[in-house]
Design a protein around this ligand. Structure first.
Ligand code: SAM
Ligand code: SF4
Length: 343
């Protein structure tokens, strides 16, 4: 584990900096996932323990002004895309206010959101007006009883939230479905039909061993290559593309607009094209979802760091981005939970 000491960060002129962040493996970092809270109103069994309460203290949350400052620094270093995530981002109060601030930053080209959609019905319009244009919604089952077993919550508000997102103007709306053997592996075709019907994009995800919850879920791990083969028996799948630069490999259902993405961190890892870092609610910058390399930006911000020093701190952190995760050979490596890092 590499934990950077704040005292390591030295002032350095940024006069000659090109607006790009390149890590030691030649990867251009141009995408940041911003966790605005580690709290959630659901308890997906693969993400957060049922009675988990060990949330970050509000005093330690980055304020909207602090977030804006950090994201401004990132955009000045060439990061053009931000995704709001969590925990459940919509439980953080006044999120549209933050979205507007970020959307107004000159270097920002794309502001998106990952949500469980339970609270989206009431917030979809305000978020869209604030400049969020793309949205990903977690949905692992279309059956109310099963949805409740997986998440501890109710399905209907999620469906209402999805419809509100479509009406508000979000395009595309992507459904994120974690594919799990013995849990929802009899619903893949139903989810394809649901997405066809509503003009949503479908993305299937392999379970990752993140925290104890994630490791438990690995008992239900399904190799998505097999899922793709299964879908190919029912649908004619042709190669598909989807703008966005994410790790999903897409196919399209021939004769329709439906694209299905497969996110395969385990069976076919995509670390060599990783273009992202994650900022948690307490201002910790994580360089990799599957490693513990990090830099704590909050103490720097609260100790009066200058804008140039902040950018230099970010550059120093990126220089420590690890080459790859080790989910396969060291699954015990990441002890923090997904909601803490920002999924
Ligand atoms: N609450 C929001 C949501 O559910 O979309 C945003 C945060 S959530 C942590 C982001 C994504 O991480 C979700 O699509 C969720 O399914 C995924 N996720 C959480 N734990 C996971 C795990 N152990 N393996 C694979 N995906 C996981
Ligand atoms: Fe909450 Fe999202 Fe984690 Fe489910 S996956 S518990 S909705 S943060």
């Amino acid at each position: 584990m590499q934990t950077m000491e704040n005292t390591d960060v030295k002032q350095q002129s940024t006069d000659n900096l090109k607006p790009e962040l390149i890590d030691p493996f030649g990867r251009r970092i141009e995408y940041l996932r911003l966790s605005v809270t580690d709290k959630c109103n659901l308890r997906c069994f693969y993400c957060m323990p049922e009675h988990y309460k060990d949330f970050e203290q509000p005093d330690n949350w980055l304020t909207f002004d602090e977030i804006e400052r950090v994201i401004k620094a990132f955009t000045e270093l060439g990061v053009a895309r931000i995704r709001l995530t969590g925990g459940e981002p919509l439980v953080r109060k006044h999120l549209p206010e933050l979205a507007s601030k970020l959307h107004a930053l000159p270097g920002l080209e794309d502001l998106s959101l990952s949500t469980n959609a339970t609270l989206l019905g009431k917030q979809a319009d305000a978020l869209y007006q604030a400049g969020v244009s793309r949205i990903n919604v977690s949905l692992d089952s279309l059956r109310p009883d099963r949805f409740r077993q997986i998440t501890g919550g109710e399905l209907q508000p999620v469906l209402d939230g999805l419809i509100a997102a479509s009406h508000a103007g979000f395009r595309p709306v992507k459904i994120n479905m974690v594919a799990m053997r013995g849990i929802n592996d009899d619903e893949f075709e139903d989810m394809v039909e649901f997405c066809l019907q509503h003009d949503f994009t479908l993305r299937m995800i392999e379970t990752m061993p993140i925290g104890d919850t994630g490791r438990n879920a690995s008992d239900h791990y399904l190799d998505l290559q097999q899922v793709k083969q299964r879908l190919a028996e029912r649908y004619e799948l042709i190669p598909g593309v989807m703008p966005g630069g994410g790790p999903a490999r897409y196919v399209q259902v021939k004769g329709t607009d439906l694209r299905i993405g497969f996110i395969t961190p385990i069976s076919q890892h995509f670390c060599e094209t990783c273009n992202r870092v994650r900022l948690s609610v307490d201002g910790t910058l994580y360089m990799c979802l599957g490693q513990d390399d990090k830099m704590e930006l909050r103490p720097l911000l609260r100790n009066g760091i200058s804008d140039d020093e902040l950018k230099q701190a970010i550059i120093t952190a990126i220089a420590r981005k690890p080459e790859k995760h080790e989910f396969n050979n060291r699954p015990e490596q990441v002890v923090r939970l997904m909601n803490m890092t920002g999924g």
